[in-house]
Structures are given as C-alpha cells and as structure tokens.
Design a protein around this ligand. Structure first.
Ligand SMILES: [Zn+2]
Length: 249
C-alpha cells in the first residue's frame, strides 16, 4: 500500500476517535442536567412549604400578641373594680370585661386553627426536606460518577492528541493540508472507503477503470465529486482476486 495513503487512513481513524471522545465529553453536562431538575423541583417545593409555615408562625405571633394585650386590658379593668361606686357603673364595667373575654375566646379559637395548620405544614416541610436530601444525594452521586468519567475521557483525549501530533509529521504537508480542508468541509471524514464502485463518503459512482486503480491502494486517489481521499478495503468475501486474475478481454 502507498505509504501516504496508509498514514491518511490511520490519521482518519485517529481523528474519528478524537471526535467521538470530544462528543462524549460534551454530553456529560447534559447528563448531569437530568439530575438537576428533580433537585430544583424538590427545593422549590421545600421553599414553598417553608414560606407558608413562616407566614403561619407570624400569624400566630400576632394573635398571641393580641391575646396578651386583651388580657392586660382585662387585668387593668379588674384592678379598677374596687373603685366603682354605683350598680350601673358596675354593670357597664362587667359588660366591658365580658366583651373582652369574648374576644379572647375568638382569638384562642383562631390560634387553635393556626396551630393545626402549622402542624400540617411542619409535617409537609419534613417530607419535602427528605425529598430534597434524596435528590441532592442522587445529584452528588451522579456528579461524582460523571466527573470521573470526564476526567478519564479527558486523559484519553490528551493521549490521542499527543499521538496525533507526532503522527502528523509523517504526512506530506500538501497532502495534510488537503486532508484538513476536507475534514473541515465535511466535519466527519476526509478519507473514505470505496465499495462496489461507490464512494462511501458521498455515494457517487466511481468509473470502473478508476475503481480498479483505487483497488490497488498504491496511489492517492480522490472522489471526483466530493474530493475525499479514497481507498479500498479487502473483505474476505471479495471476488476481487478472481477478477484481477482474469481481466476482461
Ligand atoms: Zn465522494
């Protein structure tokens, strides 16, 4: 086989492997993202439950304060009882106290309802906290696994890149430039196989005489359509030898 052709085939293999490594590294953040959304969701639910609970606690505090104020008022009123002289005054005084006591019982009822709600939301909050921890664990675990995978792939990539740097020196500059331009243009392959008189890069037919020349792999040939470098790979079932042994007359 032509030496430069052999090098080009090897370089293509190397570059294909490098490209697939880069792709595998690039998808890692997206793989981690899949574990990020359940964590965010759990966090949001936890925060909502927390906000609700905080609001309920504030509401209870206000009611407690109202209760204290009224109880103070009642105590003050009661302390004035001894100074009352007439029955009429005393009745009005009692009525006032009773009014405040009625308020107290209403506020106490409110506080009971709030406390029940607080209990429910505290339970919710605990459940949400467990969910957050589970989602965090899953995320951290995945982050660790993917981080290791990324490290490994990165190291492999660096090795391949170093190998490529040395390898490229063996290829003629002009041929290498052609190769790089083709690689940039197509994004995948600059060197492709030919099979059954077809370029496997662009699926264009190759004239029989050119195909016969390519089969020998002793020279650099390009597809007349896509310009990729062409080579022929012997397959075990190929009838190539028979045809070569008996050229058409
Ligand atoms: Zn082609």
């Amino acid at each position: 086989m032509n030496e430069q052709l052999k090098f080009l085939i090897e370089l293509q293999d190397l570059d294909s492997s490098i490209m697939s490594m880069v792709e595998n590294i690039d998808v890692i953040p997206r793989k981690l993202d899949q574990f990020k959304s359940p964590l965010q969701e759990a966090n949001e639910k936890f925060q909502k439950a927390k906000i609700k609970l905080d609001a309920l606690n504030k509401k209870k505090k206000v009611k407690d304060m109202q209760l204290d104020e009224i109880q103070d008022k009642i105590a003050k009123l009661k302390s004035k009882s001894s100074g009352i002289k007439t029955n009429k005054e005393y009745e009005a005084h009692l009525k006032e106290i009773q009014g405040f006591e009625k308020n107290i019982s209403m506020i106490e009822d409110d506080i009971l309802i709030i406390m029940e709600e607080i209990e429910t939301y505290e339970k919710d909050l605990k459940e949400e906290q467990v969910k957050v921890r589970k989602a965090e664990d899953a995320f951290n675990q995945q982050e660790k696994v993917l981080g290791e995978e990324q490290k490994k792939l990165q190291a492999e990539l660096e090795t391949e890149k170093a190998k490529r740097k040395d390898f490229v020196l063996r290829i003629d500059k002009g041929i290498y430039t052609q190769y790089i331009n083709l690689l940039k243009r197509f994004g995948d392959k600059a060197v492709v196989e030919t099979r059954n008189e077809i370029c496997l890069g662009c699926n264009t037919n190759i004239p029989p005489q050119l195909f016969n020349d390519i089969k020998k792999n002793d020279n650099l040939y390009s597809c007349f359509f896509c310009k990729r470098f062409l080579y022929f790979k012997e397959s075990p079932s190929s009838d190539n030898h028979d045809r070569e042994a008996h050229p058409s007359s």
